[in-house]
Design a protein around this ligand. Structure first.
Ligand code: UD1
Length: 424
């Protein structure tokens, strides 16, 4: 297994360009199943989750080609089976976003249930509720969601759940509704930029969708969708990770492609934490190095502070003087990074769904284990600022969602390298 080795203590300086958003690309790739011809998606990141989605679509019978590193063409005309293979689905919980497109395209879907994962239980009740409202019958059988719909029909769907709206359930309902008979009204819809991007891609395919980006989305079903050409938005989580990297190392980094309109809560939190953030043409510049301050952060659905940056923000707070409270409102158990950060000298206690972080003068490098995608990013940030060497094991978690993270950080002056180990 690959490892990442970081020598801490370098201030990051320079420019870095963010890749396309994995979380936008995945549902758009699935949406390509709904077209009657090939869809070309540009600005896709080179990360392993994209490869997993490509394999799933190919297993369903679609033809998937990568004409260049950041471009994929999906031709759904060979779609021949409604069954997504378990070996692929278990690698990535986002696989559930083929449910809506399969029902919309062929009126049938069989998807192994994504179980719990490192960041806690991942229920699918909202996805199921949404599909039922569109007239599909769903049951759980042998660990699989078995869904049948024939041609779906529009309906009224409420997608609010205990932890707010669900991003991928909103995506699933939008995709199934795009080819359903009649009108669908989604209340309690997720407002994430990735949902707006999906609506835009579906619009290019001929779908009629209004209200994406708000809590109410109206979809007027059409009989046919065509293939389209779409470029996905830049990755706001990668951008936020780089912004925090600049702040935590006391460096100065221009993050090219970062969209300030997608990062309001993050900019706010970083400024409160003592970083200087400037919106420039083409991106966002962050300068650390001033007095670090503690800030209390609670994660929320968009436009709140993203749960996918909670671990990274916690890493910044470990070296800020004072006590901060980081509360997780989206995935209340998402604190696997905490014991690893504590091994590096951080002082963090978990109280329910909050991390109480007592800032320390310095972290010390240590061998640590990545446990999930964003927790791994937090360990990288901690390694950048720690004294001595940090060795991160199980780097494949990082590779699921960050394109060439060590190359990008090295270009900013970080002392970071990857060693190729034995295959897992
Ligand atoms: C997406 C993102 C993920 C991010 C998350 C929250 C992708 C590929 N992944 O995941 O990176 O962390 O949004 O911003 O876009 N829930 C239910 N029932 C359901 C579905 C979800 O209770 O049927 C709960 C979840 O357990 C969680 C909350 O709702 O507590 C939000 O989850 P959701 O928005 O669905 O996350 P994903 O769309 O899976």
């Amino acid at each position: 297994m690959d490892k990442i080795i970081i020598g801490g203590g370098r201030r990051l300086r320079g420019e870095v360009r963010v890749s396309g958003a994995k979380n936008a690309a995945l549902p758009v790739m699935a949406a390509a199943l709904l077209g009657d011809g090939p869809t070309r998606i540009r600005n896709i990141p080179r990360v392993s989750d994209i490869g997993t989605m490509a394999d799933i679509l190919a297993a369903l019978g679609a033809r998937v080609d990568f004409p260049s590193a950041h471009e994929v063409v999906i031709d759904p005309r060979g779609l021949s089976t409604p069954t997504a293979p378990y070996e692929l689905v278990r690698k990535m919980r986002a696989s559930v976003c083929v449910l809506g497109p399969l029902l919309g395209a062929i009126g049938e879907a069989r998807i192994p249930l994504p179980g719990g994962c490192a960041i806690g239980p991942r229920p699918v009740d909202l996805h199921i509720r949404g599909m039922r409202r569109l007239g599909a019958s769903l049951r759980l059988s042998h660990g699989m969601i078995v869904a049948r719909g024939g041609r779906m029909r529009g309906g009224e769907v409420y997608l609010g759940g205990r932890f707010g709206s669900s991003v991928l359930a909103t995506a699933n309902v939008m995709m199934a509704a795009a080819r359903a008979r009649g009108m669908t009204r989604i209340e309690g819809a997720a407002c994430e930029p990735e949902i707006m991007d999906l609506a835009e891609a579906l619009g290019r395919m001929g779908a009629r969708i209004r209200g994406a980006g708000s809590h109410t989305i109206v979809v007027e079903g059409v009989r046919r969708l065509r293939g389209a050409d779409h470029a996905v938005i830049p990755d706001r989580i990668e951008a936020g990770t780089c912004m925090i990297a600049a702040a935590v190392t006391g460096g100065e980094v221009m993050i090219l492609g970062a969209r300030p309109d997608h990062l309001r809560a993050v900019i706010e939190a970083l400024e409160e934490a003592g970083a200087a953030v400037a919106v420039r043409r083409g991106g966002v510049a962050v300068r650390g190095g001033g007095r670090r301050r503690v800030v209390d952060v609670a994660t929320h659905p968009y436009p709140g502070f993203p749960t996918d940056l909670q671990a990274q923000m916690t890493a910044l707070m470990t070296v800020s003087p004072g006590i901060s409270v980081i509360t997780e409102k989206v995935f209340p158990d998402r604190f696997l990074h905490v014991p690893e950060l504590n091994r590096m000298g951080a002082r963090i206690a978990i109280e329910g769904s909050s991390a109480i972080v007592r800032g320390v003068r310095a972290l010390s490098g240590a061998p640590v284990m990545a446990s999930d995608l964003r927790a791994s990013a937090a360990l990288v940030l901690a390694g950048l600022v720690a004294r001595g060497e940090t060795v991160i094991d199980r780097v494949y978690h990082l590779d699921r969602g960050y394109e060439d993270i060590e190359g990008k950080l090295r270009a900013l002056g970080a002392d970071i390298e990857r060693t190729a180990g034995r295959k897992a």
